[in-house]
Design a protein around this ligand. Structure first.
Ligand SMILES: Cc1cc2nc3c(=O)[nH]c(=O)nc-3n(C[C@H](O)[C@H](O)[C@H](O)COP(=O)(O)O)c2cc1C
Length: 316
């Protein structure tokens, strides 16, 4: 039926089964807004580091911003221990008023895992139990977790961790089908996502290497997951959230979106927005044959009007 939610996270209705993955340095406010408009069913912030919150480091504030239409909003917290995560959340929730809090159990970067946070938490399941039991006791909004398959091939404890999250009041689990050791190498495995889905009653979101509309269907069929999270493929193809493959997006649509996205970047970041935009621009233009010189000018320009003029000449 039209307007029927796709699924629920706790009591929060989610209207699409495709969700933009949180990506540090990528899924900023302009990109989250764009993907939400194109259909992403939920807005998840880039991870918010508890240490930044507790020391009031200025860098995290911009990551928390959102527009009303971005809701439902999930605030992702990265920390290494229950009490510290609770303290940070108690500071953030009254100010940000998220609909959901997500706990990062998957970040693979060394400076995160060396302090026991992100994917390193999967090595200490007792800490995960403590985090979820404490957080669900203190907040009446859903608390969710985003996991990997485990630390490495010898510690594939995804099923135990997913159950711990459910048993301690967690409302949903997102699974990136790789170990921490794999980082982003190799192919994501989806079989474990099916195992988790079969073992839990809370919603399970499948994630990892979903690039095309056919992949969406395939991961859903193979795993039975309630929704699909898409990260890297959305850069360059945010239309994936409208179930469109990149090759099917008309060039006029691409052109119009690039201009809007660039304008949003300049609005959000000021002059440096043009520079921060380059990674998206490169991805948007990847399918086209644009001469090396023009591409270099586009990717070096600090002037939004120059970028727009060149695009108008080349994307017609
Ligand atoms: C640049 C980058 C930054 C990321 N930052 C986060 C993050 O802040 N929080 C998180 O849970 N996962 C993060 N991830 C992992 C993604 O959410 C996702 O699980 C992963 O990219 C696999 O999905 P994909 O194959 O669709 O990209 C990041 C991934 C990338 C590539």
């Amino acid at each position: 039926m039209a307007n029927q939610p796709s699924f629920f996270i706790g009591n929060i209705p989610i209207n699409n089964d495709l969700i933009l993955a949180p990506m540090d340095g990528v899924t900023d406010l302009p990109f989250r807004g764009l993907c939400r408009k194109l259909g992403s069913g939920l807005t998840v912030t880039e991870f918010i580091n508890t240490l930044d919150v507790l020391t009031d480091h200025p860098r995290y504030r911009k990551r928390l911003q959102y527009e009303p239409y971005h809701r439902p909003l999930s605030l992702q917290i990265l920390g290494d221990e229950a009490q510290q995560i609770l303290l940070a959340a108690q500071q953030l929730v009254p100010e940000v008023r998220p609909d959901i809090i997500d706990i990062n159990l998957g970040c693979q970067s060394k400076n995160v895992t060396s302090r026991g946070a992100g994917a390193a938490l999967m090595k200490t399941p007792e800490k995960i139990a403590a985090i979820f039991s404490l957080m669900t006791k203190h907040f009446d909004i859903p608390i969710t977790g985003k996991i990997r398959l485990g630390w490495d091939e010898d510690q594939l404890n995804y099923l135990d961790v997913a159950k711990i999250i459910e048993d301690n009041g967690g409302a949903m689990v997102t699974v990136h089908g790789r170990t921490r050791q794999q980082a982003y190498r190799g192919q994501a495995r989806w079989d474990p996502i099916r195992e988790i889905k079969q073992a839990l009653t809370i919603p399970v979101i499948g994630n990892g290497d979903v690039v095309t509309v056919a992949d969406i269907q395939r991961i859903k069929t193979e795993t039975g997951c309630d929704a699909v999270m898409i990260g890297r493929a959305a850069v360059g193809n945010p239309w994936i959230f409208s179930r469109m493959d990149r090759a099917d997006v008309p060039v006029q649509k691409v052109h119009q979106t690039i201009v809007q996205h660039l304008d949003e970047m300049v609005r959000f970041y000021g002059a440096r927005g043009v520079i921060t935009f380059r990674k998206y621009l490169k991805a948007y233009l990847q399918p086209y044959e644009i001469s090396y010189d023009v591409m270099q000018t586009l990717l070096r320009s600090k002037n939004p009007d120059e970028v727009k003029a060149l695009l108008a000449a080349w994307l017609t």
